[in-house]
Design a protein. Structure first.
Length: 480
């Protein structure tokens, strides 16, 4: 089944269950001081859950663009290295605002996955909240357990703790237990090698979470205690690209038709081949992911810049440029050339991509050009540092200066040094970084669960991502 049909099927399934289909809200939030980007399907509906607004229909379904690169949800470092965390992804959702609850949410999730999409029920696992003996003193979610066991054998219903199976919006507000659905995507041959009990193993890396059903039934009050909500709500989120992976019978989101057209285009413009060399593969995955995040963001009106949300976008794009520069040996702009295939592929579901195509291309090309110049200058400076280095180690201070003043990525410094047989004083670098972080702590961001609270003076600086950028898995580059 093609990805377009998978998305359409989800929406029409819930439309048949009396849900209204609504378009994705913009991913960039202009008037929510607590959040820079939508990072979960529920974000645009916050006011309904809080009871501050009323939806026209109390059943809604949608596919929401989400970006997870900051705050509580920051998956950036995984992107490219694993095959199912993206920066930008679509979250398919069905919503009940004070209408149906656990029974229907569970029954319909099962019906959709097993009867409609045809997923073999023997590769599914579900989780339920086990309860907590802390101040909340919550019992196990036996309701959800009892509904699930009508569909799935009990050895496949696993109990999860508060961290995994109790969802809270923040320090206050609606919250409740959740059930997640995981899919075992191991091949039959692989499974044949494992016997009996060991086969039922949700911790395996190829057992992937696809859908989270949140049962909002409590309100967390200012004093920290819970009260039962008068209206109970359903909030579900399923990763669209992961669902496509399962339904298209592949083991990586990047092998679905959501990504393969972009990857083919990267291969064509870089003369590299995907699936031959792990480092090249990581770079190709990073670029195919990041071009989506940047293109959708620009289409939503958030251009790369030096502040706030714009800075996040700039950093994502620069990360892509860097991987292209280092591992695909592309020294001239090329990422902007991927926008055509992206808008062809996704422009029907997200018309803003088609409408803004020219702008997206121009902005990306301009950004690529300017960052490639930085990289060039940085290389000159780094060579000078190398020439003047006595011994076999470049000081953390020098590397930090290059990073901080010239924007030269630290992992690239480490890579180039290792090629020249030199070491980088990583500890010294991290100390300098820490000093800088301490300096900007005043402007720091405070993260409360799903909601990133930015203090008023933090506009000018987005802390948190910088350090991530700097701490890019240095060791991963070592073997080059
Ligand atoms: P994971 O444990 O895999 O990081 P999560 O528990 O953080 O996922 P939820 O917040 O429960 O994810 O979001 C609902 C669904 O969205 C997940 O079940 C998953 O299918 C999808 N999802 C979450 N994060 C990503 C991501 N970075 N890229 C793609 N899909 C994602
Ligand atoms: Mg996560
Ligand atoms: Mg999870
Ligand atoms: Mg989850």
């Amino acid at each position: 089944m093609k990805s377009q049909d998978i998305r359409a099927k989800f929406l029409s399934f819930f439309e048949d269950k009396k849900h209204s289909i609504v378009p994705s809200a913009p991913m960039v939030l202009k008037d929510d001081p607590t959040l820079m980007f939508v990072n979960a399907g529920m974000a645009p509906f916050k006011e309904y859950f809080l009871g501050n607004a009323q939806p026209k229909n109390n059943r809604i379904t949608d596919s929401q663009k989400c970006l997870r690169v900051s705050g509580k949800h920051n998956d950036l470092e995984e992107v490219g290295y694993d095959t199912y965390h993206h920066t930008l992804f679509e979250m398919l959702g069905n919503w009940s605002f004070g209408d149906y609850f656990k029974k229907e949410a569970i029954a319909w999730a099962w019906e959709l996955l097993v009867d409609v999409y045809g997923i073999d029920k023997d590769i599914l696992y579900v989780t339920v909240f086990e309860g907590s003996d802390d101040d909340d003193n919550l019992g196990m979610d036996t309701e959800a357990y009892d509904f699930w066991k009508q569909y799935i054998s009990e050895d496949r219903i696993l109990k999860g703790n508060k961290k995994d199976n109790f969802w809270e919006m923040g320090d206050q507000g609606p919250c409740g237990p959740c059930s997640e659905i995981h899919v075992d995507i191991r091949s039959a041959e692989e499974k044949a090698k494992i016997s009996g009990k060991d086969l039922v193993n949700m911790d395996h890396p190829q057992v992937v979470e696809i859908w989270n059903l949140v049962f909002m039934q409590y309100n967390r009050k200012a004093n920290g205690s819970l009260e039962a909500l008068p209206d109970k709500h359903i909030d579900t989120g399923m990763g669209f690209e992961r669902l496509c992976m399962v339904l298209q019978g592949v083991q990586s989101n990047y092998d679905t038709d959501v990504f393969t057209p972009i990857i083919r285009e990267i291969e064509a413009v870089t003369n590299k081949t995907y699936n031959k060399d792990e480092e090249v593969d990581v770079a190709i995955r990073v670029i195919s992911d990041h071009v989506r995040a940047v293109a959708f963001s620009i289409a939503d009106g958030q251009l790369p810049s030096n502040t706030g949300a714009g800075y996040v976008i700039r950093r994502i794009l620069r990360r892509a440029v860097r991987y292209g520069f280092t591992f695909l040996e592309k020294k001239e702009p090329f990422i902007y050339r991927l926008v055509t295939v992206l808008s062809e592929k996704m422009g029907d579901a997200f018309p803003e991509l088609k409408a803004q195509k020219q702008l997206i291309e121009n902005v990306i090309k301009e950004e690529e050009q300017s960052f490639l110049r930085t990289l060039d200058q940085g290389l000159v400076l780094l060579n000078r540092i190398v020439e003047t280095t006595k011994g076999d180690t470049v000081s953390g201070e020098k590397a930090f200066e290059l990073y901080d003043t010239y924007g030269f990525p630290i992992d690239l410094t480490a890579l180039i040094l290792s090629e020249k047989g030199l070491k980088l004083d990583e500890k010294g670098f991290n100390e300098e970084l820490q000093k800088q972080k301490n300096r900007s702590r005043a402007a720091s961001e405070m993260s409360t669960d799903d909601w990133t609270i930015l203090s008023n003076d933090s506009e000018e600086e987005f802390v948190g991502y910088d350090s991530l950028e700097a701490n890019v898995k240095l060791t991963r580059y070592r073997k080059v």
